[in-house]
Design a protein around this ligand. Structure first.
Ligand code: AMP
Length: 581
């Protein structure tokens, strides 16, 4: 752990990573040994009869693959206050709430100091590789980071999103100091209780420090796009605050007002400059470098469910490079981005071999077995160094946070190796999103369909701001419904074409054959009014979700009455695809 900020040394961190990844197989065995030794007392492991053995073979023979639901009874006991060693040797005192956006409900995941330390290691590794390519000196960042509310569970454990648990920790503050990275906003803004007020003040602090800002970042790309969409609405108010040195009365949280009063002073020159820059832009292209002339890059997770926001982010970022941040989950970390120059579409994550013990279920082998009619009740995972380039896998995690052989639910593809550790591309969440009968479509399939159809809007200079989907069984036969929010009004002919294009872009054999015989009905495109997806975000925030971890749900189960209602209430037009041939 970095205690002394003077000690951070980019080359040293890279060197350590090189040494470790040259010996990834051995490091994995050691990491597993350490996890099992530290947690040997845990009831869960005791029950499985490991009897103190810590080698990978015994581990795989004794410990089953599990899903989150298998561990819920154990986690619930901790949440309720049972302090005996249940999943970990040391009792768990903190719980992370994973975003769970895809499932529609947050999951509770144990969080501890060891997980925090792996988080810092990933941050340091990514930072070192990034810093080598894009050095920043005493770097101030305009960081759209937010802490969600922390609360106590019935049993007295602190609970918050993983990002909140990390941002609040002393280790995080030490690491940020060590890499000399500071936010342009004071802590009161980051930890403010009202997301919208924090966002406004993040923008204001960034503008006040515009010459010092060297990068713009957030956990997920969505938050950066959201921030600059908000900027488009509030820039005149921001200018007026800067001009008069008085914070708008819309900011009502006392701690934020006090903190901002120390930063804000009348600066008509700056206000004029920003005013001029904004009025001169016709479509906000390149607004980020225009406002922050010394920014070197924009950083955030841009892969997976964040891919749909990359286009808009690129628009705001102009010529600035977009850098993909690391890969992990509330359950544990997986990989660092050691090739920061790769564009988000090609980003890979080198697995850091000492942050967990990793196994991979080959997906193609399972599909082949299924095709041969064999049941895949017992998928055979391979080890970290045994994966093959070009193959797709489901990732299995054993962490220092009490998860053993845990199916994270992510599908990754091996793009190559860095020394002997694989570099992974994120493919999608494993959950099927859209399925009516024999059709199977994932988040990725939906995104490809939306990308293809959205191209038809390009001539009209329109964008899909956000999208989601649903299966509608209310009329026979069931059919797919795709919801789109558009940047402006589109004409009916174009939207009809988009609807047909969506229908034809789901190419899995199950969908195509079912459509041909009409056992799946015509696809329906429902256009929702401007601001609908904002309402979805608002709802998530109201229910205690964290903006830092917000991911638009790409499929809304009909049983999710609340969200279904928001969508239904906001439909302005709908179209059905024409007959499928
Ligand atoms: P959460 O449940 O909020 O902890 O989110 C964790 C999930 O976010 C992971 O399991 C992935 O599906 C997704 N995720 C995290 N990092 C990345 C990344 N770099 N690229 C794509 N998806 C990611």
């Amino acid at each position: 752990m970095i205690e002394n900020m003077e000690e951070f040394n980019t080359e040293k961190v890279i060197n350590e990573f090189e040494i470790m990844t040259k010996d990834a197989g051995r490091i994995q065995t050691e990491t597993l040994r350490k996890i099992l030794e530290d947690n040997g007392e845990a009831e869960y492991l005791q029950k499985l009869g490991l009897n103190g053995r810590t080698d990978p073979e015994s581990f795989k023979a004794c410990v089953p693959l599990v899903n989150h639901s298998d561990l819920e009874p154990y986690i619930q006991r901790m949440v309720d206050g049972d302090t005996s060693p249940i999943l970990t040797g040391k009792p768990i005192t903190t719980i992370s709430l994973s975003s769970g956006t895809t499932q529609g409900k947050s999951k509770y995941v144990p969080f501890n100091d060891e997980l925090l330390e792996t988080t810092m290691q990933i941050y340091r590794t990514s930072f070192a590789f990034r810093n080598r390519e894009y050095p920043i000196h005493n770097g101030m960042g305009l960081q759209f980071i937010y802490s969600s509310k922390q609360f106590k569970t019935a049993g007295g454990l602190s609970a918050g999103t993983a990002t909140t648990n990390v941002f609040r920790s002393q280790q995080f503050k030490n690491t940020m100091k060590a890499i000399k990275s500071r936010s342009s906003s004071p802590e009161e803004v980051i930890f403010g209780p009202d997301f919208y007020q924090s966002l406004y003040c993040h923008l204001l602090c960034g503008l006040i420090n515009r010459d010092e800002v060297q990068f713009v970042n957030s956990t997920f790309a969505h938050s950066i796009v959201y921030a600059f969409r908000t900027f488009e609405q509030v820039w005149e108010e921001l200018c007026s605050d800067i001009r008069d040195g008085v914070l708008t009365s819309r900011i009502t949280v006392p701690s934020i007002r006090t903190a901002m009063s120390k930063i804000l002073e009348p600066n008509p020159e700056l206000a004029d400059l920003i005013y001029e820059k904004c009025s001169g832009l016709s479509n906000w292209y390149g607004i980020i470098p225009s406002l922050f002339p010394n920014a070197k890059f924009v950083l955030g997770i841009m892969t997976g469910s964040m891919e749909p926001y990359v286009k808009k982010l690129r628009h705001y970022a102009g010529e600035l490079p977009l850098l993909s941040a690391e890969y992990g989950a509330s359950e544990g970390w997986i990989g660092a981005n050691i090739n920061p120059k790769l564009p988000p579409e090609l980003a890979t994550f080198a697995v850091v071999p000492n942050v967990g013990f990793f196994e991979f279920i080959p997906l193609r082998a399972n599909i082949e077995d299924q095709e041969k009619g064999e049941l895949v009740s017992d998928p055979k995972p391979v080890g970290l160094t045994e994966v093959k380039v070009g193959e797709e896998y489901e990732i299995i995690l054993t962490s220092c946070g009490g998860l053993y052989r845990y199916r994270l639910g992510d599908v990754v593809k091996v793009a190559g190796f860095h020394n002997s550790t694989p570099e992974l591309q994120f493919v999608c969440r494993k959950n099927l999103l859209l399925t009516i009968n024999i059709d199977k479509n994932t988040e990725k399939d939906l995104q490809l369909a939306v990308d293809a159809a959205a191209k038809l809007l390009a001539n009209e200079k329109l964008d899909v701001i956000d999208f989601t989907s649903q299966v509608d069984f209310s009329i026979e036969p069931g059919h797919y419904v795709i919801y789109w929010e558009l940047s402006d009004e589109a004409n009916n002919e174009v939207l009809k074409e988009c609807c047909n294009c969506l229908d034809r872009s789901f190419v899995d054999a199950g969908y195509v054959s079912s459509r041909k015989v009409n056992s799946i009905g015509a696809l329906e495109l429902r256009v929702v009014g401007r601001g609908t997806f904002q309402k979805i975000l608002d709802r998530s925030v109201k229910l205690g979700g964290a903006v830092s971890q917000f991911k638009t749900p790409r499929c809304i189960a009909p049983a999710n009455k609340g969200l279904s209602q928001v969508l239904r209430d906001n439909v302005v037009k709908s179209y059905f695809s024409t007959a499928f041939v």
